[in-house]
Design a protein around this ligand. Sequence first.
Ligand SMILES: Cc1cc2nc3c(=O)[nH]c(=O)nc-3n(C[C@H](O)[C@H](O)[C@H](O)COP(=O)(O)OP(=O)(O)OC[C@H]3O[C@@H](n4cnc5c(N)ncnc54)[C@H](O)[C@@H]3O)c2cc1C
Length: 365
Amino acid sequence: MIDAIVLGGGIVGASAALILAQKGQRVALVERDFCGSHSSGVNYGGVRRQGRPLHQLPLSQRAHQLWADLPGLIGIEGEYVRSGHLKLARSLGDFAALQAYAEQTRGFDLGLQLLDRSELRRRFPWVGDVAVGASLCPDDGHANPRLVAPAFARAAQRHGAAVYEQAEVIGIEHDSRLFQVHCANGLHLQAPWLLNCAGAWAGKVAAQLGEPVPIISAHPAMLVTEPLPGVMTVSTGVEGGGIYARQVARGNCILGGGRGFALGPQQARPGQAAVLEILRNAGELYPFLQGAQAIRTWSGTEGYLPDHEPVIGPSSTQPGLLHGFGFAGAGFQLGPAVGEALAEIVCDGTSRQPIEAFSIRRFQA
Ligand SMILES: Cc1cc2nc3c(=O)[nH]c(=O)nc-3n(C[C@H](O)[C@H](O)[C@H](O)COP(=O)(O)OP(=O)(O)OC[C@H]3O[C@@H](n4cnc5c(N)ncnc54)[C@H](O)[C@@H]3O)c2cc1C
């Protein structure tokens, strides 16, 4: 007998499985491909709170605490560094928006530092002249998603979760007491709790259980350069979006921006236009990257709801069903806290962090 089936082995599902197992629940984690092989393992690696909407900040702050002891949680460092996150402004209007955000988030302990043009030049001389100011969140940072995402599933397994990979869920029934979950490989599981953590594909699961949501898939474009001398001391973004960039200890710079396209339901590519736009923006904002060789480009498949907020919490139709999906390109940092919130609902009936804003009910007429 198992207590909970977690559908989806990304950072959200694997965190939920890990924390459920730590709390003594019998849990099965079911993944169609390999744990961490989709968004959670191919993302940019930004672990930032800065820039999030205010109602995400309690969860994001909790995630920040969990990330602080990553080795204690998943057994590896995952190249996680609290380098700081520098959000650049390209106009005075954008700088005013950064100032307003710093004011609105004053109660959240983000420690934001506003840098005018001269302070920005003094502290980050490698930033291009197009930037007129910035906001620095000193304790935000970045990590290697390829290491971190699968490590969550391995940690769940070490704590006793049964992890099934290459097990696509193709049928779910609910008989008012138990969920019956059928996989393409013949695996059949049953449990009173089902956690829908199926990422961009979670809408299919919700619809199958009578709760359709207007989720779409999109594909952030990414590239990495050859190793370069160490220059970027912080992870960076830009007010209004367009580009983000970080440099890892080996010297490679990882850049993201714009959207790619789907090759199929599970495969995405960055596309030429998005890659050229990243390179153009990079030349302006980070002049030391002019002429750098991009050695690889990629993308991933991420779920977006119309309001760009996730769905987190209980189903409105099926007792025992919980959702955690639709992170709109920003769920890597939140993932561990979302997994914890879902595990708390299973074990304690409620989550310690406020999640009402993310209810699936907001899509019901
Ligand atoms: C290119 C890119 C860059 C990003 N950059 C950042 C960033 O810098 N910072 C940040 O915070 N966030 C970022 N994100 C977003 C972040 O990666 C995601 O929000 C987060 O990883 C979502 O985790 P997840 O567990 O919900 O989804 P996923 O990692 O997609 O996991 C869902 C899993 O469910 C499985 N699944 C689906 N259907 C089934 C089924 N029927 N049966 C069994 N298994 C199934 C899938 O195979 C998949 O492994 C980025 C995303 C992308 C794509």
